[in-house]
Design a protein around this ligand. Structure first.
Ligand code: OGA
Ligand code: NI
Length: 276
């Protein structure tokens, strides 16, 4: 079993581009509620969506803004126009992070013995979704979860954060490990579709976010997957008699449909629903 959680430092993205993205995200969440609510929607297929999640229904523990980011020419026109540099600053970081993601995918595919050009065009055409999170400072004398344990959908997550708060589950000891994030580092972990494509050799990473006691926290998760209707399936080279195909094929769109139809029940994660 391969666990893929790591950090990248020599990624070639300038610190200024990273800092501006965090700053403009932080400024967005400081806007008046009415401005942000313009983007609120329960429809998960909307190109831009703002929301808050709340554990007890009264105090929100996380606010988020999610939007597609690739191709930029298609999606940027839906992004917030306030703060005034939102589009420019987020556009820059999105393109840079995508470049890094595609390079990392090549290295991972090579490591799996599939060759770096495996499904190259599907990755090139693939979608990118930006999930920008804002967590409040942890209340005194009360440790609190900002985002409940989950695995992500898609192949790869690249996370940029203003301070620590991310924790990953260590499957061998069943304990949470705090992720230290040096200022210039990008945190990377693999998502459900990496488990599918690799026929279970690589496992999806279960993680959560806790509130930081020192300060409010901004994080930006960039999600990389195939295009909306492109099916992801197990790599045939990783299937043989001892290792039969373990997952059904599916697309990002199938995942969204699953979320919609399963919204209240949450009995099974999408990945579990794909297991043969
Ligand atoms: C996510 C996520 C972690 C964080 O957005 O899916 O896991 O540290 N975020 O904000
Ligand atoms: Ni996540």
């Amino acid at each position: 079993m391969i666990i893929l959680i790591f950090q990248v430092i020599n990624h070639g993205i300038s610190q200024t581009v990273m800092d501006r993205a965090v700053e403009v995200a932080s400024d967005f969440f400081k806007l008046p509620s009415e401005t942000k609510q313009e983007f609120a929607s329960d429809d998960i297929r909307r190109p831009v969506r703002y929301g808050t999640s709340s554990k007890d229904g009264t105090r929100p523990s996380r606010a988020f803004l999610k939007h597609y980011a690739h191709p930029l020419s298609e999606w940027m026109k839906y992004w917030p126009e306030k703060p005034p540099t939102y589009r420019e600053d987020m556009g820059k970081i999105s393109a840079e992070v995508r470049r890094v993601a595609l390079q990392l995918m090549e290295a991972i595919l090579e490591g799996l013995g599939l060759g770096k050009d495996y499904q190259h065009e599907e990755f090139e055409r693939g979608l990118q979704l930006l999930q920008v999170n804002c967590y409040p400072k942890e209340p005194e004398s009360e440790s609190a979860i900002g985002l409940a344990p989950h695995s992500d959908h898609g192949f790869l997550t690249i996370l940029l954060a203003s301070c620590p708060g991310l924790e990953v589950l260590d499957r061998s000891s069943d304990t949470w490990r705090v992720v230290q994030q040096p200022r210039h580092a990008l945190h990377v972990h693999v998502r459900d579709y990496m488990e599918v494509l690799s026929n279970g050799r690589v496992k999806t990473v279960v993680h959560r976010a806790v509130l930081n006691p020192g300060e409010a926290r901004i994080s930006m998760a960039s999600i990389h997957s195939f295009a909306m209707h492109e099916k992801v399936s197990v790599a045939k080279k990783l299937v043989d008699e001892q290792d039969p195909e373990k997952y059904k094929e599916s697309s990002f769109s199938d995942f969204l449909d699953y979320l919609m139809s399963n919204a209240d029940k949450k009995r099974m994660s999408f990945l579990e629903s794909l297991r043969i």
